[in-house]
Design a protein around this ligand. Structure first.
Ligand SMILES: Nc1nc2c(ncn2[C@@H]2O[C@H](COP(=O)(O)OP(=O)(O)OP(=O)(O)O)[C@@H](O)[C@H]2O)c(=O)[nH]1
Ligand SMILES: [Mg+2]
Length: 331
């Protein structure tokens, strides 16, 4: 199958582009909202002989493509089972572009659901280990919602750590949004009941040790009253096996989506991908900067594929040049 992506303002416009370029036989593999006013449709069409087998003149570059994808997955230290599945899916697509091959494979194996765009009546609650980037991510989400004129309320359940309440209050002042503290589940329940129904309610939590039953039970009590859309926040660059254990622990509390932070400060995304797999978590967002204003990007299969291939590529380039501290861009 040959794979291409098409971007347009609406799904109907993108479909027209697909039909014009690939004809009526085209198969839609995914549609992804890109920002506030665009969609990207990934579409494929069987090769000319109708069997899906590669055309002879494309065979060599398709193999090069799979080699490039395989090398990147190895660099990121993905568990062999996931790497094999992704490679097999990428090979089935028979596309020449490594980004599109890996994007198609990621789309087949994982799911993607950004936060603010996927409107939910439930509060958005962020959980994760200490220092993962929860509070900064709350501020980034609030910024994005404010930019789309959505009312935002923030509540923090972290009333214990020194400076935690002040940290959220500072962001709230800057963003001109109301912020509350909930020292126990009863207060949180009341804050949720009183929040505007048409707005985004963001709930910050205290950093928890996923292997400490007491801490997780206490967090579970806040989750029980909030009935939230629960997202796990994990920093990139962590050990793969550890990330899997973390994801499984927070999945057990009800987390369904993943926000990977500090992707700008890590080269290896094996832990992030393994966490999504182990916790059956949808990829939601990627934190790319400590800056509140533009540090969070929704993830889609193409952007994740690009990140995975770029990191591996920039590491190769750095090694070849003997360069230390080489900079890179994800955009
Ligand atoms: N480079 C970079 N730094 C980040 C990112 N997200 C968060 N940080 C930094 O990570 C540190 C911890 O962020 P917080 O938001 O306070 O983390 P937290 O999970 O709320 O921490 P606790 O409340 O103590 O559990 C801060 O120094 C942030 O600036 C990111 O995407 N990139
Ligand atoms: Mg915090």
């Amino acid at each position: 199958m040959r794979l291409r992506s098409f971007s347009a303002a609406t799904v109907a416009d993108a479909m027209q582009l697909v039909r014009d370029a690939l004809g009526p036989e085209a198969i839609i593999l995914s549609t992804q909202r890109t920002g506030r006013d665009g969609v990207t449709v990934m579409a494929g069409v069987e090769s000319a002989n109708g069997t899906g087998a590669p055309l002879a003149d494309g065979a060599e570059s398709a193999i090069d493509t799979i080699d490039a994808v395989g090398a990147a997955l190895e660099f990121h230290g993905l568990p062999p089972t996931i790497a094999d599945q992704l490679l097999a899916a990428a090979a089935d697509l028979l596309v020449d572009d490594p980004v599109m091959a890996l994007a198609g494979a990621l789309d087949a194996r994982f799911s993607f659901m950004p936060v603010v765009e996927a409107r939910t009546a439930r509060p958005i609650m962020l959980v994760g280990p200490p220092g993962a980037g929860k509070t900064v991510t709350i501020a980034k989400l609030a910024t994005r919602a404010r930019l789309s004129d959505r009312p935002v309320t923030a509540v923090t359940c972290d009333t214990l750590r020194a400076g935690a309440v002040e940290q959220l209050a500072t962001y709230a002042r800057l963003l001109k949004i109301p912020a509350y503290r909930a020292k126990d589940p009863t207060v949180l329940e009341r804050a949720i009941a009183n929040a505007p129904k048409d707005g985004l309610l963001l709930v910050d939590t205290i950093g928890t040790n996923p292997f400490d039953k007491r801490e997780m039970d206490a967090l579970g009590e806040f989750i029980e009253v909030a009935k939230p859309d629960l997202l796990l926040v994990l920093p990139a660059g962590s050990d793969v096996a550890e990330a899997r254990d973390y994801a499984a622990a927070y999945r057990a509390l009800g987390a369904t989506r993943l926000i990977a932070t500090r992707v700008d400060a890590a080269r290896r995304l094996g832990g992030v991908v393994a966490a999504a797999e182990a916790g059956k978590l949808h990829f939601a967002e990627i934190g790319m900067s400590p800056q509140i204003a533009d540090g969070l990007q929704p993830v889609n299969p193409v952007s994740l594929a690009r990140l995975i291939l770029q990191s591996a590529g920039s590491a190769d380039a750095g090694a070849a040049a003997g360069a230390h501290g080489a900079t890179r861009s994800h955009r």
